[in-house]
Design a protein around this ligand. Structure first.
Ligand code: CMP
Length: 140
C-alpha cells in the first residue's frame, strides 16, 4: 500500500446537471482527498490532446466534441492506492456494467456521458496531472 495521486475529470454531463457536489461526496466518502481542482471549458486542443491515445477509435470525434460541450472539473486525488481506488469508486466505463453504489452506476447516462474519467495507471496519472496542473497548484 502506498499514497498515490490520480487524475480525475468530472465531465460535462455532471456539470450540466449540477451534481458535481454529489460526485465529490462519493470521492471523499471513499477516503480519497481532492488535493487540486479547477473548473474549465476545454479548448479543442486540450480535449483532442488529452484523449489522443484514442484517436484511432471510432468514438474519438464524439468524445472530443462531448468533452467540449460544457464545463468540466479537473482534479487531482490523493490516497492509498489512489489509481485503483478511484477506478473502484467510478465503476465500469459503461454505466450498464458498473457496480451499484459507484459514481457511474448512480449518475452516468451513457458510455459517452459517463460522468467521470480517472487515470488507468501510474504513468498515465503522472502525465494527465501534468497536462492540467503545475506542482504548486496541488496542495495535499
Ligand atoms: P474515459 O474514462 O474518459 O476514457 C475514454 C472515454 O471514451 C470513456 O471514458 C468513455 O466515456 C468514452 N467511450 C465511448 N465509447 C467507448 C468505448 N466503446 N470504449 C471505451 N470508451 C468509450
Amino acid at each position: 500500500m502506498s499514497i498515490q495521486r490520480t487524475f480525475s475529470i468530472i465531465k460535462p454531463d455532471a456539470t450540466a446537471r449540477n451534481i458535481t457536489g454529489k460526485v465529490n461526496a462519493k470521492i471523499e466518502e471513499s477516503g480519497l482527498r481532492i488535493v487540486a481542482q479547477k473548473r474549465l471549458l476545454l479548448t479543442e486542443e486540450q480535449a483532442s490532446g488529452f484523449y489522443a491515445v484514442h484517436k484511432d477509435r471510432p468514438f474519438y470525434t464524439d468524445l472530443v466534441k462531448f468533452m467540449m460541450s460544457g464545463p468540466v472539473i479537473v482534479q487531482v486525488l490523493e490516497g492509498e492506492n489512489a489509481i485503483v481506488a478511484y477506478r473502484k469508486v467510478m465503476g465500469a466505463t459503461n454505466p450498464a456494467e458498473a457496480d451499484s453504489g459507484t459514481i457511474r452506476a448512480e449518475f452516468a447516462q451513457s458510455i459517452d456521458a459517463n460522468t467521470v474519467h480517472g487515470s488507468d495507471a501510474p504513468e498515465t496519472a503522472s502525465e494527465e496531472i501534468k497536462f492540467f496542473f503545475a506542482e504548486n497548484e496541488i496542495v495535499g
